[in-house]
Design a protein around this ligand. Sequence first.
Ligand SMILES: Cc1ncc(C[n+]2csc(CCOP(=O)(O)OP(=O)(O)O)c2C)c(N)n1
Length: 275
Amino acid sequence: MNQLTYRDYLVESRLPTIWCPGCGNGIVLKAILKAFADLGLDRKKTVAVSGIGCWGWADDYIDTNAFHGTHGRALAFATGIKLANPELTVVVLMGDGDGATIGGNHLIHAARRNVDLTAVVVNNFNYGMTGGQYSGTTPRGSITSTSLLGHVEDGFDLCALAAASGAPFTARGSVADGEDLRTLIRTGLSRKGFSFVEAVSACTTHYGKRNGIKTPTEMFQWIRKNSVSRERAATLPEEKVRGKFVLGVFSDRQSEDYGTRYRKAAEAAVKEAQA
Ligand SMILES: Cc1ncc(C[n+]2csc(CCOP(=O)(O)OP(=O)(O)O)c2C)c(N)n1
């Protein structure tokens, strides 16, 4: 039986983390490490690829190989790593700014290509590290440091975006239920192809405070109160679901991944050249 625990993948010497009290990042980190332990991943054959931002710091606490990239480009680096060594399990850690705003183009193309990666996007609805500016997921009406009168844009539904772009596995959980996140991330890691897991999260320092959510506890209650399962949402009228965090698995299908297709094409070309 697999006896590993999340601590086998945690760099305990780096604790405490740099994250603010009440930040959701620690919950997502633990969910990822538990999923690694559940699958018994070999630390030497696992790579955490991060971007920049508060969540981009996560790879510092993960005792596997790591690559700390640039803001918005984590998926591009991860694609190269996976293509160069298909034996690696590659998990990509991005904030909503990183993965869905500056890096939105990489997201849709990694999903379209179906690169065999697991992307975990921590969606705290703003650019946390740089002072709480709005991102591509900030909900309409929200106050951020760059939408002081209330945000006039709608935010992306990231799972719908990833699924429409071609991601075979897409799922959303929240930091109000770390065990559910663990299951979603474990499922994503066990699928071959592009897996996209969004974690609805808490930025208590910027997003919460600016939007009348005063404490970390209130922020978690706010997430819980505004969440609805995918199954329940399907039974409700549209206006009751609007603005809610719909949680669950949105797509889970098989589709040959990019690396496999690429290698098949290359091998066929070599055979033809040798014939
Ligand atoms: C190319 C580039 N543009 C801008 C920045 C400045 N920058 C650093 S972190 C960050 C925001 C991070 O927000 P997000 O990705 O949502 O992560 P969070 O901090 O909320 O976890 C920005 C704009 C940068 N480092 N590189």
